[in-house]
Design a protein around this ligand. Structure first.
Ligand code: RAM
Length: 883
């Protein structure tokens, strides 16, 4: 199992497999990997690239390839044989990967081409407009094609065609990067698209993040990379053993006079169907009005294979209502705040023009609420060609919206004229969660929509207003919660590279990476995400390589912060505070009330302390153990200074006693042992009594609140917060019609200047709590990647049932429990080659049956711990009953 097998550019890819068998209690005892250069050789067990030999052990994920040195474009076919403890051996099916282009020299004679001028209706302004570039190149393949692969870098966004057919189902490709640092190429096997004789290659280039991201607007802040451009190599192998390479050069033809008049991620796409150029990507087209493409400068960054998937249309939403307005327009309601675009089906006259304006909600008078979009125009315009039914959807934009205002529609539009296309990274949904609490269930759905919609080849903060930036702080802990819902491993691994590439020479990290917005403020809490997301990848996916790779840059940043901002053993650098706490008045965005705000030095010191602890773990993984002593010493000093300055032993509270000020030292283990319980009880009092059982934390405190309450014994209070419907709470958002998660607790009343209705940062650790604490699906920190699962739901928090599942890297885990007066019934699925520690809420083993037999007779290892029976279970399905 390699997630993106086409065009791998690491020399030693890692191989993983799932042990798939119905036999219970299975553990792998050994494996043998065979890798061959052709399918035939592999079938004959002729492992000319690598034969790992029989390796004893149960490792089934991330086995590092250690065979022949791989070279560019080399194909590898592999399979694995495993031995299991039940006396059998199993063979996997044949898998495949192909290497990318490993050296710059192999790209050297390929030129970047484009057209670096504005056309008639283009402008560079606050609302930049640029028409899409269409390129075409006829090629003559003289012999029969055996295989062909294309490697394309199309900046900012490309669509690739061969003989009129679009290649691949990706949209808005490639994933965005800081193109001056690294440029991603995509690889496609196009063997079946090419034929002997004349063929036509065609591409369309859109702007994406490349061109004029409003460069006139704040050029000191917003990065721009220039006009769209591309480089492409097509390798063709013929059946007679010869081969040929086709590369971009000045012989490619180009026009800017196609139907896509303007495309801008924030403002929308304008399309004039009258300007369509039928057959432009086929050999059957007259391009006499096209010009030759020009040689242009390369973007500057390294060329890299894209190892995370592109976006795709992942689903559809049918609108639920359409209403006429007094203005003669129509308001379409999708019933869901979604990210993507609207497909239009229409009949009319040539020149009829339909305008679609996207927004997240409506004002009281039924018109669109657009103030919170700031100056993003979010408008698509389609001009009809007037040839019967026309179906159109944009290519180079996305919108975050629930409502669309339609104007200029010929005739009366109906719901059937529109379909919402849901666009996000092509990754699997891995987690499901359903419980006895309807509010919590709706929050889960809202979180799913919010998280997926904001995956845009990088995790962005919001999809609708003029921002859409990959802010680090929004994901510090969120990425971990998200990993239960989505297979986000490659996305976040890519993002850590983005962060690494954005590091300054002296070690500083920005708050936004790629740094499309330039925010280098030497903050701790936002850049610290570099380390916490690394920890998530290690913990949830068992990915140690990513830690080894990023460790030097992580360490560099830690040192840089220490050298510049450590004062009297405290870290004195904070920019955003506990961002977005519930403010003192409902219209406010940012609180000014000192009683609600937490001291910045406290936040940055506690965070830095926690990061030091993670770095100690990473130092072991990266084999840099000699760093540990320093991290340890620093952590000890910070803890001491922190308690000396902020801990009030008379009141057992920290600083001004906000919940955030207390929850951080509790969660990070900074509280002196003899005071832990007292500090916790004080915090509980703040949440339960002072705040009347409601949230008072912002982006920082909320990351630790739910787990800390639960782990120290007050899961019931955490449940209250999760199921609340009154302000401030996630349920309050639901009660007020939210179908995603808001940027602000008071999103329905606050000023629009910073008020997105689709932000994920306030989720904090809520999703982790759903899975780890309510469902009882947690990876044992000692055995990352769910090699051992800790199943310890808090059955007494308040829920009466939970049905949850999670597709881990080791396979599907399920936990379904329900409680009633008679007792508890719990069905569990544990994947092969893993074990689970299952915590049952009784010390009395006589009350327990497992798969209908008494525990004592079931032959299961168990022990008593804190009045609980703890069972060690091997793979299989179990139904446990306690009465
Ligand atoms: C705003 C958004 C974003 C946050 C920054 C600090 O732009 O709320 O999500 O990270 O502020």
């Amino acid at each position: 199992m390699l997630r993106n097998p086409e065009g791998i550019d690491v020399l030693q890819p890692r191989l993983s497999w799932l042990v798939n068998t119905a036999i219970p209690g299975v553990e792998q005892t050994a494996y043998q990997i065979l890798v061959a250069s052709t399918k035939e050789k592999l079938n004959a067990n002729e492992a000319d690239l690598w034969d790992s030999g029989k390796v004893t052990g149960n490792q089934s994920i991330n086995v590092v390839y250690k065979g022949e040195k791989m070279s560019s474009r080399k194909e590898a076919y592999w399979k694995v044989k495993i031995w299991i403890n039940k006396g059998e051996t199993l063979w996997s099916e044949t898998n495949h990967w192909s290497m990318g282009i490993l050296t710059y020299a192999e790209w050297k004679s390929t030129r970047w081409i484009g057209y670096e001028k504005l056309s008639k209706d283009d402008s560079v302004s606050q609302y930049s407009r640029l028409s899409a570039r269409y390129l075409r190149k006829e090629i003559d393949l003289k012999k029969q094609v055996k295989s062909a692969k294309v490697y394309i870098m199309g900046m900012g966004l490309y669509e690739l065609y061969i003989n009129g057919n679009k290649i691949g189902d990706q949209v808005l490709a490639p994933v965005p990067t800081d193109y001056t640092k690294n440029v991603k190429y995509n690889v496609f096997d196009v063997t079946s698209q090419l034929k002997e004789g004349k063929n036509m290659l065609g591409t369309i280039l859109g702007n994406g993040r490349f061109f004029a991201m409003r460069q006139d607007y704040k050029p000191y802040k917003i990065k721009s990379f220039g006009f769209p451009k591309m480089a492409l190599q097509l390798y063709v192998d013929y059946t007679d053993g010869t081969s040929e390479t086709i590369r971009t050069d000045e012989s490619w033809k180009l026009t800017t006079d196609g139907p896509i008049l303007a495309n801008n991620e924030y403002d929308g796409e304008e399309y004039d169907a009258r300007k369509e150029m039928k057959g432009w990507a086929t050999t059957n087209f007259d391009d006499k009005n096209w010009v030759n493409a020009r040689y242009v400068q390369e973007p500057g960054g390294f060329y890299e294979a894209q190892m995370t998937p592109n976006m795709k249309i992942m689903g559809e939403v049918k609108p639920i209502s359409i209403k006429a307005t007094p203005r003669g327009t129509y308001i379409l309601d999708m019933g869901q705040n979604m990210v993507g675009w609207l497909q239009l089906k229409v009949k009319g006259k040539s020149g009829d023009q339909i305008t679609m304006k996207f927004a997240e909600s409506l004002q009281d008078d039924g018109s669109l609420y657009i103030a919170n979009l700031r100056d993003a125009k979010t408008t698509d315009i389609y001009t009809l060609k007037g040839e019967g039914e026309e179906i159109w959807e944009p290519r180079f934009v996305f919108h975050g919206f629930r409502f669309v205002e339609i104007s200029g529609f010929p005739g009366k539009p109906t719901l059937d004229n529109f379909v919402g296309k849901v666009v996000y990274d092509d990754i699997k949904t891995t987690g499901t969660f359903e419980s006895s609490d309807a509010t919590m269930n709706q929050i889960f759905k809202n979180a799913w929509w919010g998280i997926s919609g904001n995956y845009k080849g990088m995790p962005i903060d919001c999809p609708q207003r003029n921002e859409r930036q990959p802010w680090l702080g929004d994901r510090t802990t969120g990425a971990y919660g998200e990993s239960f819902l989505f297979d986000n491993q490659t996305l976040y691994a890519k993002w850590l590279d983005d962060i690494k590439y954005s590091q300054t020479q002296d070690g500083g990290l920005p708050d936004v990476a790629p740094a499309f917005w330039r925010y280098y403020g030497d903050n701790v809490t936002w850049p610290g995400t570099y380390i916490t997301v690394g920890d998530m990848l290690y913990q949830q996916f068992g990915d140690a390589e990513v830690i080894k790779k990023q460790y030097p840059s992580m360490k560099k940043w830690m040192t840089y912060m220490e050298e510049n901002y450590l004062q009297n053993d405290l870290m004195d650098k904070d920019k955003y505070g506990d961002w977005c706490v519930p403010p003192e008045s409902l219209e406010l965005i940012r609180s000014k009330d000192p009683a609600r705000l937490t001291d910045g030095q406290l936040l940055s010191s506690a965070f830095y302390y926690q990061l030091l602890n993670i770095m100690k773990k990473f130092a072991v993984i990266a084999k840099e153990e000699s760093d540990i002593a320093h991290y340890d010493d620093l952590a000890t000093r910070i803890k001491k200074a922190f308690n000396a300055k902020y801990l009030n032993t008379a009141t057992n509270s920290y600083a001004n006693n906000t919940v955030t000020a207390n929850v951080l030292p509790l969660a990070f283990g900074m509280v002196p042992e003899n005071l832990v319980d007292k500090v916790f009880q004080n915090m509980v009092h703040e949440v339960e009594v002072t705040k009347n059982g409601h949230i008072s934390t912002g982006v920082i405190g909320t990351q630790f609140l739910m787990r800390t309450l639960t782990n120290f014994g007050r899961g019931d209070l955490a449940y209250k917060l999760a199921s609340n419907k009154t302000y401030p709470s996630w349920g309050y958002m639901v009660e007020n019609g939210a179908t995603t998660i808001w940027e602000l607790w008071n999103g329905n009343t606050a000023d629009p200047s910073m008020n997105s209705q689709n932000h994920v940062m306030l989720l904090g650790d809520l999703m982790i709590w759903y899975f780890e604490n309510m469902a009882g699906i947690k990876s044992n920190p000692e055995t990352p990647g769910f090699k051992q699962i800790i199943m310890k739901p808090d059955f007494n928090a308040g829920l009466t049932y939970v049905n949850a599942s999670y597709e881990s890297v080791h396979g599907l885990i399920k936990s379904h429990w329900k409680k009633d007066k008679k007792g508890l019934e719990w069905s569990i699925t544990i994947p092969a080659n893993t074990t689970a520690l299952v915590y049952l809420p009784t010390a009395d083993s006589k009350k327990i049956t497992v798969n209908k037999s008494k525990l004592e007779k079931a032959g299961i290892e168990s022990k008593t711990e804190d009045k609980q029976q703890v069972l060690k279970l091997y793979s299989g399905e179990y139904t446990i009953k306690i009465n």
